[in-house]
Design a protein around this ligand. Structure first.
Ligand SMILES: Nc1nc2c(c(=O)[nH]1)N[C@H]1C(S)=C(S)[C@@H](COP(=O)(O)O)O[C@H]1N2
Ligand SMILES: [Mo]
Length: 394
């Protein structure tokens, strides 16, 4: 049966040139060498991302046997910044790699032997895990939660699944990886070969690299101030918000505005005895300054000048015993991050403050007025705002 010609408008000229031209991504790119080179880049990114993510997990859910050090002061800012940077940079590499190997997913017959079937199943964990990690991470940094699972836990568990799948994949593909990465006189020429004016392997790698640089330059400004004006794709800027600092959870969301501004507010310090201190009384105690970053798990961070009372001075008022950890509670009644725990060494660190001032002014309501916690080498989620109680734990 004759199919009538559809009178479709022809694509604009620009779509018939350069990389958009049909055939510009020739099938000659779908080979072991391209897959191995992109795979190596992905392997490096996954290693950095997993390690920094694991460090973040240890900060947020410290096991009993581990005391996360309070130094370097900017440790978490660096590792979490790297985590988000490598996670974002990985996206173009992952897409390029999937494009290279995609047809192999539909190879027929699906499995030749039992072992082959198992290997192909592990690809499900590899591809699915990688796509899940970058997508859920990306969605998380935009603070959009279109799911009902608890992000940190799921992201963490799938990371282990992914790392397992990566190790299996490297093991199975080792001979192909060796061949793909081997260098001799012919590979250089082959890297440059571009049949019929299509992309060469080198061209594809350069384009992928350019995408990585582009993504990084337009997002890293959320933590590197000199690049903040380039941070077009970043959800946050380090300097936008009251007192030159971003806000994650607002006083309205936390429903604390009334209580936080109540003139009768006093912080309860609960230890061997209980002491209540009003804002005026807190200001009469020795004041100390710390220059510390707020470093959010979402990858943005911002350094500020804080001042207030050392937490250890407050603990001394209630004779907190050596070694005791401390639970800091917010006026907030519902939120996930309305309280946090400091181990003894964190609570008694000279830089750990019950902060009253930020950048030389009384704390803005959105930054935790009348008092918030600020401590070195600590994730933003644990820098509790609008504090109501400080409890020494037995
Ligand atoms: N009580 C309370 N404190 C909180 C939060 C919260 O939800 N409730 N969010 C935390 C998070 S996730 C971050 S990143 C920092 C942000 O501090 P900022 O708003 O002063 O920049 O506050 C932390 N303190
Ligand atoms: Mo955060």
């Amino acid at each position: 049966m004759a199919v009538p010609d559809l009178d479709l408008p022809s694509p604009p000229d620009i779509l018939r040139q350069g990389p958009f031209r049909e055939g510009s991504f020739g099938t000659h790119l779908r080979d072991e060498r391209t897959a191995a080179l992109l795979g190596r880049a992905l392997g490096i990114a996954v290693t950095i991302c997993f390690t920094t993510g694991y460090i973040s997990h240890l900060h947020q859910h410290p096991p009993a046997w581990l005391d996360m050090p309070s130094r370097p002061v900017r440790g978490y800012q660096l590792t979490q910044g790297l985590h988000v940077v490598t996670g974002l940079a990985m996206i173009p590499i992952l897409l390029a790699k999937l494009w290279i190997v995609w047809p192999k997913l539909f190879a027929w017959p699906p499995a030749r032997t039992m072992l082959h079937a198992l290997e192909r199943l592990s690809l499900l964990a590899l591809v699915g895990g990688a796509l899940f990690e970058v997508t859920s991470g990306l969605i998380n940094i935009t603070q959009w939660y279109p799911w009902s699972f608890f992000f940190p836990r799921t992201h963490y568990l799938v990371a282990w699944l992914l790392v397992g799948a990566v190790l299996v994949h490297i093991g199975v593909k080792l001979p192909a990886i060796r061949r793909g990465l081997a260098r001799d006189e012919t590979t250089a020429a082959d890297d440059r070969a571009a049949p019929d004016g299509s992309f060469s392997r080198r061209g594809l790698l350069i384009a992928t690299g350019a995408a990585v640089v582009g993504v990084t330059l337009t997002t890293v400004g959320q933590t590197l101030r000199p690049l903040q004006r380039l941070a077009l794709l970043a959800p946050r800027r380090p300097n936008i918000g009251p007192q030159g600092l971003p806000v994650n959870r607002t006083s309205e969301q936390a429903q604390v505005a009334r209580l936080a501004q109540d003139p009768a507010w006093a912080v309860q310090i609960v230890g061997a005895r209980t002491v209540a201190l009003t804002l005026a009384q807190l200001r009469e105690l020795p004041q100390h300054a710390s220059v510390l970053p707020i470093a959010c798990v979402e990858g943005w961070s911002s350094t500020a000048h804080w001042s207030g009372v050392r937490l250890r001075d407050l603990l001394a008022l209630v004779d907190a015993p050596a070694g005791a950890s401390v639970r800091v509670r917010s006026l907030e009644e519902k939120g996930l991050y309305r309280a946090s725990t400091l181990k003894h060494h964190q609570a008694t660190d000279a830089l750990t403050l019950l902060a009253l001032d930020l950048n030389g002014e009384p704390l803005h309501l959105e930054h935790g007025f009348p008092a918030r916690l600020i401590a070195p080498n600590r994730p933003g989620v644990l820098q509790t705002k609008w504090i109501s109680r400080i409890e020494v734990q037995a």
